[in-house]
Design a protein around this ligand. Structure first.
Ligand SMILES: NC(=O)c1ccc[n+]([C@@H]2O[C@H](COP(=O)([O-])OP(=O)(O)OC[C@H]3O[C@@H](n4cnc5c(N)ncnc54)[C@H](O)[C@@H]3O)[C@@H](O)[C@H]2O)c1
Ligand SMILES: [Zn+2]
Length: 348
């Protein structure tokens, strides 16, 4: 896999200028949604060369083929050739879809990612997964490809809603739990709503990069990144359809991490003390509400749909201790149900 640079910067204008300085692009497109156009583009505007601005509607519901068509059409009408550059300025939706569009337009041209949410900086910016949702199936159509470069600037968070911060913070917490016990100790001391994020984000990116580089196509180690995501995704998918009860990704993953800590205690040796510590912390940060036990089976049935399953058995990534994660642990529905009862009991 091509190796690109990720630059964590405190001066985004300078970093962008430096990136563009020695390049000869035929044309430059900037992809934004209405929020990043309003809040993030002004932070770059003084250093932008001539460009075509392509604005799409924000939200996961627009991460689909029809929006891709609009973007491909805008590129076509502007006369983009393979020597162009696309700058993806936005959260994970912009990054995943913009990268996919750039990688497929005329068999691909270069793109630069400037992620603007905590989630997209610590997670989506690393690993080369690009794509879109398709008829309700998340990330169903896509490819692996790397951007030319990724510029990380935490100053974008100034305008990010608090729940988006909380959502991205879930991945930061996960990085400590699966890979780095000392980092977990540090993360626990953070106030996510008043934080200089630069060092934290750089550390999380380094962890994800290490994991992904050692296993680019998800055959082994990379699966540790799925911790909290098997049950978390099922919870996220279920509540996606329920008006007013929608959970952000990181909020659902936090619940998944509690359930999967319970399973880790039962199956992979996580101590009861560590289980308590993880559970109490996540409940403190996310302040979740109980899930109606009548929904457990329906929700957990969704784990069978996970792209990562092999042979109809749900495989979990579970903690052996804080900072160490085991992969490919098969778990049946009854144990998953127990873990959700545990979650409710702890929510109290
Ligand atoms: N490729 C990967 O490895 C990977 C990893 C994790 C998530 N993802 C994908 O990322 C997406 C979620 O990413 P996300 O949480 O960034 O969602 P998002 O792109 O929808 O952004 C969240 C919201 O914040 C707004 N926004 C973005 N930056 C802002 C800023 N600085 N100030 C104010 N508002 C801002 C956006 O307009 C949007 O409304 C999902 O589609 C998910 O599948 C991909
Ligand atoms: Zn995630």
């Amino acid at each position: 896999m091509k190796n690109h640079n990720t630059e964590v910067t405190t001066d985004i204008q300078k970093s962008l200028s430096t990136f563009l300085a020695n390049k000869q692009y035929s044309k430059i497109a900037i992809l934004v949604d209405e929020n990043t156009e309003e809040h993030c583009l002004p932070k770059l505007i003084d250093c932008l060369p001539d460009h075509y601005l392509i604005t799409i509607r924000s939200g996961e519901e627009n991460k689909n083929l029809s929006t891709c068509e609009d973007i491909w059409m805008a590129l076509t009408e502007a006369g983009f050739d393979r020597k162009g550059l696309m700058i993806n300025l936005g959260g994970g939706v912009i990054g995943d879809m913009g990268g996919f569009v750039a990688s497929t337009y005329k068999r691909g041209f270069e793109f630069l990612n400037i992620p603007t949410t905590l989630l997209s900086q610590v997670d989506a910016s690393v690993g080369g997964k690009l794509g879109i949702d398709f008829h309700g199936f998340k990330n169903h159509i896509g490819i692996f490809n790397e951007p030319q470069n990724v510029l990380i600037y935490t100053g974008f968070y100034q305008t990010l809603p608090q729940e988006e911060i909380r959502s991205g913070f879930g991945e930061v917490i996960k990085h400590g739990l699966i890979y780095d016990a000392a980092y977990w100790e540090q993360v626990k001391t953070i106030n996510p709503y008043d934080q200089d994020w630069t060092d934290i984000v750089a550390h999380s990116i380094a962890i994800k990069k290490k994991v992904v580089t050692d296993d680019p196509f998800e055959s082994g180690l990379r699966k540790i990144l799925n911790y909290g995501h098997t049950i978390g995704h099922a919870i996220e998918s279920y509540f996606l359809e329920i008006p007013g009860q929608r959970l952000l990704h990181g909020e659902a993953i936090a619940l998944g991490m509690i359930c999967e800590a319970f399973l880790s205690h039962k199956f992979t040796g996580l101590s009861s003390q560590a289980l308590e510590e993880i559970t109490n912390y996540l409940i403190h940060v996310y302040n979740p509400v109980k899930i109606d036990p009548q929904l457990f089976e329906v929700i957990l049935g969704l784990t069978l749909q996970d792209k990562k399953n092999e042979g109809g058995v749900v495989q979990f990534s579970l903690l052996k201790e804080i900072g160490t994660c085991a992969i490919n642990i098969p778990i049946g529905i009854p144990d998953m149900i127990d873990s959700m009862f545990y979650l409710n009991e702890k929510i109290g």
